[in-house]
Design a protein around this ligand. Structure first.
Ligand SMILES: C[S@@+](CC[C@H](N)C(=O)[O-])C[C@H]1O[C@@H](n2cnc3c(N)ncnc32)[C@H](O)[C@@H]1O
Length: 340
């Protein structure tokens, strides 16, 4: 399993990173705030040092130039109405494997069985199955906007004692300072306003509590970029870090993850490409102030626009089901130790 760690950014102008060879460079883009930082990145035993100039978008909503057809609540709801039928067989077989899940959950530090954990966008409970290995199921709440995904989670024996509820990641039905750990795996890409979701993560955590957000990373190869931006949100690594910092989190860290047969390749982006963690330093709500919500599931949408988005988004998603197979074939063909 490919994984590496980037520590949270400090205010600087240049970035002096150590990036593993074979993983490509990390380009950090900050429009709003520029900062210099020193990152220790490890991957196996190979390191190389590069200097990077940061340019980072801290946008919370998508620019109109990037349609992201399924990065809407209603479209995501219907997308999962159908995907939930095959979700566990398809996704968890290829781009989101059990060993990736263990790697991704490791930084959230689930060391006590009595910890109160919320799994936001928990879906069929695949990420929750990793959580309940370390925490008693009765202390874990799964929340998702899709009843179809949750119906699958409810059938899983190890999750029988979990609390399973429908709800929105941007408006969590928990009091402030409620949980010891917040986990959300593979859900941020559908949130119309990711910054708001991360602000909610901050709010519901207790002081000293830790959030862990596992999500996609943006591709650099043009074709992959085209389909990624058509389908859903593939944030850049620096955007995750900035969203966490904006929300008030401290000790923000990003760990790269990926299927082992990718051999560290990141140019095509990844559906599950990183695990970002941050610690809540003070009790109470996030210091970040946001305006009104971008979207609401209850709000009516134009049925034609909705259907076009759903179909186009689903077509773009197909590319990302073929890609892991293509990478797997390359991994089989290209001699071990050579880049693919
Ligand atoms: C790729 S699945 C991830 C499921 C699970 N966490 C896992 O690791 O397999 C994404 C999930 O996020 C849910 N989701 C999307 N937008 C959401 C929102 N605004 N609030 C809550 N759940 C959401 C979807 O319904 C879906 O079940």
């Amino acid at each position: 399993m490919a994984s590496l760690m980037l520590s949270g950014a400090e205010n600087t102008k240049l970035i002096n990173s150590i990036v593993p060879s074979g993983l490509g460079s990390v380009s950090l883009n900050f429009h709003k705030k520029c900062f210099l930082r020193k990152n220790a990145v490890s991957y196996g035993n190979k390191y190389r040092t590069i200097n990077l100039t940061p340019r980072c978008s801290v946008s919370s909503t998508r620019p109109s130039s990037q349609p992201r057809f399924i990065q809407h609540k209603k479209e995501a709801f219907w997308f999962y109405r159908f995907l939930s039928i095959v979700y566990d067989n398809m996704l968890n077989f290829g781009p989101w494997t059990e060993d990736m899940r263990e790697e991704a959950l490791e930084p959230v530090d689930l060391y006590d069985r009595n910890m109160r954990v919320v799994d936001v966008g928990g879906g069929t409970g695949f990420s929750t199955l990793g959580i309940v290995k370390h925490v008693d199921a009765k202390n874990v709440t799964i929340i998702d906007q899709s009843p179809h995904q949750l119906a699958k989670a409810k059938k899983k024996e190890p999750l029988k004692e979990c609390t399973i509820i429908e709800g929105d990641a941007e408006n969590l039905p928990f009091p402030t300072d409620y949980a010891d750990r917040y986990v959300s795996a593979g859900s941020i890409e559908y949130w119309p306003d990711p910054q708001r979701g991360i602000k909610e993560a901050y709010r519901v955590l207790k002081i000293g509590g830790k959030a862990c957000l596992i999500g996609p990373v943006h591709p650099t190869f043009w074709l992959s970029q085209f389909f990624a931006d058509m389908w859903m949100l593939f944030p850049k690594e620096e955007e995750y870090i900035q969203w966490f910092k904006n929300a008030g989190f401290k000790d923000v860290k990003l760990k790269r993850i990926g299927p082992k047969w990718y051999r560290g390749v990141r140019r095509h982006g990844l559906i599950m490409g990183c695990s970002v963690t941050g610690v809540k330093p003070l009790s109470g709500d996030s210091p970040l102030q946001l305006g009104p919500k971008v979207e609401d599931l209850e709000k009516p949408v134009n049925p034609l626009v909705f259907l076009s988005r759903l179909i186009l988004g689903a077509i773009a998603a197909t590319y990302y089901t073929i890609l892991p197979i293509y990478m797997w074939i390359k991994d089989q063909i290209v001699p071990k130790g050579r880049p693919i």
